[in-house]
Design a protein around this ligand. Structure first.
Ligand code: ATR
Length: 277
C-alpha cells in the first residue's frame, strides 16, 4: 500500500453483525481525526484461506478476528507471536508491507489492562485467583494471569476434562476444582473471573453460591451484556470491587488500532458510551 492510500482494517467473523468492534474503532478514528476505515466483514470458514491473503492487496493494513476464525487464522499467518501460540488463537492481524501476515492475540492484554485501569492498586502477586470456564477466553485469561505473576489459579469448569487440559498446557500453578465445589474456594480468592457465557442475556445464570466471596476481592465478569451481571451485582453487595467486561473489549482493541492507524487510543468513559449507544 502506498502512503497516500487510506488505511483499511476489518473485523472478520461469521456471523459478524453483532460485533461492537466497528463502533470502537470508528469512534477512535473520528475522535483523533485520522484517515482510515474499519469495517465488519462476514467471511465463511471455507473462504478464509483464499480471502485472507487477498485483503492486503485490497489495501487492508490489518484485521481483528472473531468467532469462528480465531484458531484457523493461525494456520494461514506467516508470523505468530508467542502469546498467540500459547493461547492457541489470534484476534489481531497485521498485513505487513512485505506481504506476510502477522498474527497476535491481545485478549490477555485487554483483560489485564481492564483490571489495572479499574483497580489501579491491584497487585496480581498478592494472592490466588479463581477462574470459571475453560474455553477460548479462559486460555487468554490464564496465560495473562500467569504472566503477571498470580501465584495460584483455581480453575473450575462444568466439563472438568477441559479444565484438566488447561492445567496440562499451563502448568501446576493451576489447580482444577470441581464445578460443584467452586463456591467453597471463593473465600481464598483475591480475584474471581467469569470466562463462561453464564449470566449473558439469553443464557442461564451462574448458580454457584457466592456467599464465600470476600469483601475487597476483585470480581471481573467477561460478560458485558448486561454490563452489570448478577455475579457483579452480588459481588458488589458483598463489598467486592467489581470490574465489568466491556473494558476488556476496548483494551484488546488498542494494540491493533495503534499499529494500523498510528495513534495509541485512550480507553475512557467516552468510548464506553459510544460502544453502548
Ligand atoms: P469462549 O471462547 O467464549 O470461552 P467456549 O470455548 O465455547 O467459548 O467456552 C464457553 C465456556 O462457558 C466453557 O467453559 C463452558 O463450559 P463447558 O466447557 O462445560 O461447555 C461454559 N459454559 C457455557 N454454558 C454453560 C452452562 N450452561 N453451564 C456451565 N458452563 C457453561
Amino acid at each position: 500500500m502506498s502512503d497516500s492510500k487510506i488505511p483499511l482494517a476489518a473485523v472478520i467473523g461469521h456471523p459478524i453483525a453483532h460485533s461492537k468492534s466497528p463502533n470502537v474503532h470508528g469512534y477512535w478514528l473520528r475522535k483523533y481525526g485520522l484517515k482510515g476505515h474499519y469495517i465488519p466483514m462476514d467471511i465463511e470458514p471455507d473462504k478464509l484461506p483464499d480471502l485472507l491473503p487477498r485483503l492486503a492487496d485490497l489495501g487492508f493494513v490489518g484485521a481483528n478476528v472473531t468467532i469462528p476464525h480465531k484458531e484457523k487464522v493461525m494456520e494461514i499467518a506467516d508470523l505468530i507471536t508467542d502469546r498467540a501460540t500459547l493461547i492457541g488463537a489470534a484476534n489481531t492481524l497485521i498485513f505487513r508491507k512485505d506481504g506476510r501476515i502477522h498474527a497476535d492475540n491481545t485478549d490477555g492484554y485487554g483483560f489485564i489492562e481492564n483490571i489495572r485501569q479499574s483497580i489501579p492498586d491491584w497487585n496480581p502477586k498478592s494472592g490466588p485467583a479463581v477462574v470459571f470456564g475453560a474455553g477460548g477466553a479462559s486460555r487468554a485469561v490464564l496465560a495473562s494471569l500467569l504472566d503477571v505473576g498470580v501465584p495460584k489459579i483455581m480453575l473450575t469448569n462444568r466439563t472438568r476434562v477441559r479444565a484438566e487440559k488447561l492445567r496440562e498446557d499451563f502448568g501446576n500453578r493451576i489447580q482444577v476444582i470441581e464445578w460443584v465445589q467452586a463456591g467453597n474456594v471463593l473465600e481464598d480468592a483475591d480475584l474471581v473471573v467469569n470466562t463462561t457465557s453464564l449470566g449473558m442475556t439469553g443464557k442461564p445464570e451462574m448458580r454457584v453460591p457466592l456467599d464465600g466471596l470476600r469483601p475487597g476481592a476483585i470480581v471481573n465478569d467477561l460478560v458485558y451484556t448486561p454490563l452489570r451481571t448478577r455475579l457483579l451485582a452480588t459481588a458488589e453487595d458483598r463489598g467486592c470491587r467489581v470490574v465489568d467486561g466491556l473494558g476488556m473489549l476496548l483494551h484488546q482493541a488498542v494494540p491493533g488500532f495503534e499499529r494500523w492507524f498510528g495513534k495509541r487510543p485512550v480507553v475512557d468513559e467516552d468510548v464506553r458510551a459510544a460502544v453502548l449507544r
